[in-house]
Ligand binder design. Structure first.
Ligand code: ADP
Length: 373
C-alpha cells in the first residue's frame, strides 16, 4: 500500500472552488476520515485521488510518485460509494470478483484464488450466504456490504471509501464499523474515508480532517478534534449536543478581563485565557467582540451558588437521558445547553446556577453568525 500525499490541491468547477488549497498526508497503513457537511468537497477530494476528476492545481503523490497525469486504472485504487454501483445482471459473487478479473489482475487471480478471496471477504462482511443472489434480491444494507466487499477484495495502493455504510441501520452500521476497523488493522490498509457523520469518523479513524467549503479547518486525532476544536465551525460539527457558542464583549475592569454577553451575563476570564480571548477579538460597533465556546459537559449546574464566577439562568427546556439530563437555558442570542452528570429533575423557568470550567473554555474567531434555532 502507499502513502498518499496532497499538496496544495485545488479544484475549480467553472469559477467555483470545490476544494481549496488542500494539503495532507495519509501515511501508509493510516485510516483518515474526511468529515464535513454536504457540498464541503469531500467526494471531490476522493475523486481527484482516484483520478476520476482532474486537479485544477496542486499535486497528488502516491509515495514519491506524482499521479496527477495517471488514468484511474493506472493508479491502482479501490473505491466504494454510498450508491452501491453494483452490476444488476451479475450475482453478488461476480460483482465482488469483478476487480480481480480486470486485465491487470486476472493473471494474479486464477479461479481457485479468486474464489478464496471472494468468499473470505464476503464471510468477513457477513454476506457469505448471498453470493449467488442478484442485487435486486438484496436489501439496501446487503447491497451496501456487497459494494464494500467489492472494494475490499483486493489490495490496492489506497482504499477510497465514500460514505460506504451510510444506508445501514444503526446496529449493522455499528458492527460493520467494527469490521472495517479490524480490516484496517489486520491488513495495514491505507484508507481515506468520507463521511458526514462525525461519530463514524471519531470511531473509525486514526486521524480525521474537518472540511468546510473546500478548506480543511482541522486535521488531528479524533479525540483531539473532539476535545480541542480548532474553530467555531469544527465545534458545531462535532458533538451532540454541539458546542455552545456565544458572542460577547471583552471588558477590562480593575485590570481584570471579563466576557460579557447581554446585560445579564458576565464572567471573569482567567488571565492566561484572556490572552487567547484578545487574540481572536474583533472590533464591532466600537466594542471588542469575541466568541466563546464551551461544551455541554463542561458546565456545572447547581441549585446553589458554585463559585464567584457562577451565574443564574432560568430553565428553558430539558430532556432526560437514562442517567443524565440535557438542560437548555436561553440567552439573548443563543441557547446554552448543559449535560448533567446525573439525572436532574427540574421545571421550566426554575432558576439554576451555572459555572463554566475555565480549563475547557475556548475563544474562537467568529466565522459565521449564530442563529437561534
Ligand atoms: P461533498 O462530497 O462534501 O458533499 P462534493 O465534493 O460533492 O461535496 O461537492 C463540492 C462542491 O462542488 C459542491 O458545491 C458541488 O455542488 C460542487 N460540484 C461537485 N461536482 C461538481 C460538478 N461535476 N460540476 C460542478 N460542480 C460540482
Amino acid at each position: 500500500m502507499a502513502e498518499v500525499r496532497l499538496e496544495n490541491v485545488t479544484k475549480l468547477y467553472g469559477r467555483k472552488a470545490a476544494v481549496r488549497d488542500v494539503s495532507f498526508v495519509c501515511k501508509e497503513g493510516e485510516f483518515i476520515s474526511i468529515v464535513g457537511p454536504t457540498g464541503a468537497g469531500k467526494s471531490t477530494i476522493l475523486k481527484m485521488i482516484a483520478g476520476i476528476e482532474d486537479i485544477t492545481s496542486g499535486k497528488i503523490y502516491f509515495d514519491n510518485r506524482v499521479v496527477n497525469e495517471l488514468l484511474p486504472q493506472e493508479r491502482n485504487v479501490s473505491m466504494a460509494f454510498e450508491t452501491y454501483n453494483l452490476y444488476p445482471h451479475f450475482s453478488v459473487y461476480e460483482n465482488i470478483a469483478f476487480p480481480l478479473r480486470s486485465p491487470r489482475w486476472k493473471k494474479s487471480f486464477p479461479p481457485e484464488k479468486e474464489k478464496r478471496k471472494v468468499e473470505e471477504i464476503a464471510n468477513f462482511l457477513g454476506i457469505g450466504e448471498l453470493l449467488d443472489r442478484k442485487p435486486q434480491f438484496l436489501s439496501g444494507g446487503q447491497k451496501q456490504r456487497a459494494s464494500l466487499a467489492r472494494a475490499l477484495v483486493r489490495k490496492p495502493e489506497v482504499y477510497l471509501l465514500d460514505e460506504p455504510i451510510a444506508h445501514l441501520d444503526a446496529r449493522l452500521k455499528f458492527s460493520t464499523q467494527t469490521l472495517l476497523r479490524e480490516f484496517a488493522t489486520k491488513y495495514g490498509s491505507t484508507i481515506i474515508y468520507v463521511t458526514h457523520d462525525y461519530r463514524e469518523a471519531l470511531g473509525l479513524s486514526d486521524r480525521m480532517a474537518v472540511l468546510r467549503r473546500g478548506v480543511i479547518e482541522q486535521i488531528d486525532a479524533p479525540e483531539q478534534v473532539y476535545y480541542y476544536p480548532a474553530t467555531d465551525f469544527v465545534g458545531t460539527l462535532i458533538g451532540e449536543p454541539p458546542i455552545n457558542l456565544m458572542d460577547g464583549e471583552i471588558i477590562t475592569r480593575d485590570n481584570k478581563a471579563f466576557f460579557k454577553a447581554g446585560k445579564d451575563f458576565s464572567i471573569q476570564v482567567r488571565e492566561d485565557l484572556a490572552d487567547a480571548m484578545n487574540r481572536v477579538a474583533r472590533q464591532e460597533d466600537g466594542k471588542r467582540i469575541t466568541r466563546l465556546g464551551i461544551q455541554c459537559d463542561d458546565i456545572k449546574l447547581s441549585r446553589d451558588k458554585i463559585s464567584d464566577n457562577s451565574f443564574q439562568l432560568p430553565v428553558y427546556a430539558f430532556v432526560h437521558e437514562a442517567e443524565r439530563s440535557v438542560v437548555t437555558f436561553e440567552l439573548k442570542d443563543t441557547f446554552l445547553q448543559v449535560r448533567t452528570t446525573e439525572r436532574t429533575e427540574c421545571r421550566v423557568s426554575e432558576m439554576f446556577w451555572l459555572d463554566f470550567d475555565q480549563d475547557r473554555m475556548f475563544f474562537f474567531k467568529k466565522t459565521f453568525e449564530i442563529t437561534k434555532a
